[in-house]
Design a protein around this ligand. Sequence first.
Ligand code: FEO
Ligand code: CA
Ligand code: CA
Ligand code: CA
Length: 594
Amino acid sequence: AGGKTDGARGLRFTPVAPNTADQVTIPSGYAQNVVIRWGDPILRGAPDFNPDKQTAKAQAGQFGYNTDFLSLLPLKGERGRQVLVANHEYTDEILMFRGYDSAKPTREQVEIAWAAHGLSVVVVEEDRKSGKLTAVTRHQLNRRLTVTSEFKLTGPAAGSDLLRTSADRTGSKVFGTLNNCAGGTTPWGTTLHGEENFNQYFANGSSDTDKRYGISTTASERKWELFDKRFDLKQEPNEAHRFGWVVELDPYDPDFTPRKRTALGRFKHEAAQPRLTADGRPVVYMGDDERFDYLYKFVSSKQMKKGDSRAAHEHNLTLLDEGTLYVAKLTGDSPAGEIDGTGKLPNDGEFDGSGVWIPLATGDVSHVPGMTADEVYVFTRLAGDKVGATKMDRPEDVEPSPRTGRVYVALTNNTDRGKAGKAGADEANPRNANKHGHILELAENWDDPAGDGFAWRLFLVAGDPNDPATYFAGFPKDKVSPISCPDNVAFDPHGNLWIATDGNALGVHDGLFGVATQGDRRGELKQFLTMPNGAETCGPIVQDRRVLVAVQHPGEVDGASVEKPASAWPDGPGKIVRPSVVSVWRKDGSDIGV
Ligand code: FEO
Ligand code: CA
Ligand code: CA
Ligand code: CA
């Protein structure tokens, strides 16, 4: 009953078949509801959403656009309630505004986009009878952070000349956070938020470092530089240096100024998820999502303090300011000639090998010849280039298993692998023109996350299981769901890995999948849900009795607009498409997949 089937504990559900339905399709025996939509009011005084009367003021009190990362934190003393923290990665103006002219955005449209970016904190409440999860509007912890909110740069590069602007001579006070993709939740009760494709907001970049980060040398796509000169690098050359960081937020303190942690480096941060060493120091694993970019980790030099005291909390808010930043170099153990770029397994039967963490900087000390410590933090990609880090197939989310400590790295795809003038296949990135991506499993030597060496193997090589160039940890391929373009990853309470996809290249919609990482069902991948038209699956959270996903950019299809929508989700035909958060639970109230 209740959709129970065979499978690893936590994954006993009937897999959803790949499809192109314009809805969230879930397994039989499960129910769903929309928790919160773009534009739903969350702050006191914010109006109900009206797509034809949007204002920046209204949006600043409403849930933002295009949610990626989600975190759910406990809320003591309020039964059935939790604190939801959400990233609003970017805006899709053409799907937000009727008659949007990308050549001539209005000031109001730009200011609405500023207010639709950033973060939301919103308390959510479970209805025990119906199973639904809904937002508690106007809760005192509810908060919006936008492109105009104040953030503080902290850590070794804060105050550096590279971070000073005409508006901020201290090099430590920034307005806004941009392109928050995935993130993490710390054991000390804060959340981490990766600033990813910040380059797209800036115009007129000219330096070599701007170029390495992909900043336009002419106008930006959204033309924000017309309304705030800080987005014009010709006028404010250091402003872009103040984005591309990991942000730390204390969601329990509505007055907290979020911190941009310079010790964790500046790149297109996809996500950041900590694991503690045996002596209690946080180690944060991080990917830089770009073709041929790198995998990093930060090892704090400070131990986390336990307990709820104010002193412990204040101390823990400094953990990510002191330590060492490393980049990964991976070496395969099979002869290079056996890696032919097709995805054919080498003779030892596995894509695997060893790796080293190369230190880049510790506090004010640089380990990279020819670069100061400030330069290492602000231009981290160039530091990785100098030390010969391994060029990966777009490192997206990176997540250590809370059960085993093994670290899972989603490498979403890289269709440029093996192209003329580009790096060809290697054992860690074994397919040229890699359309479907893969997932790497990393085990630190001696299980010490602070160590400088590791073993790795590919856990999944994604695609249609009928395609010989796929691999599901050795599990029989006639018993798994097809998967393409792994992106966000999360663990459930049983230690299974859940994988959200973005950009399915198999001709069907994106979705969410669960897979056992241990035991005799290791590699048995099962699809749990699928997305509406044009949407990416984001922010998965898998609790005992509930799965949460963000449906990001529904209706984002070439040629679509408010007038010509490509999706009718979630409110039906004739209504504007709204990126939203969805909750899924078992109709009989029992645990997910048991
Ligand atoms: Fe925002 Fe790399 O995905
Ligand atoms: Ca091998
Ligand atoms: Ca992503
Ligand atoms: Ca993505």
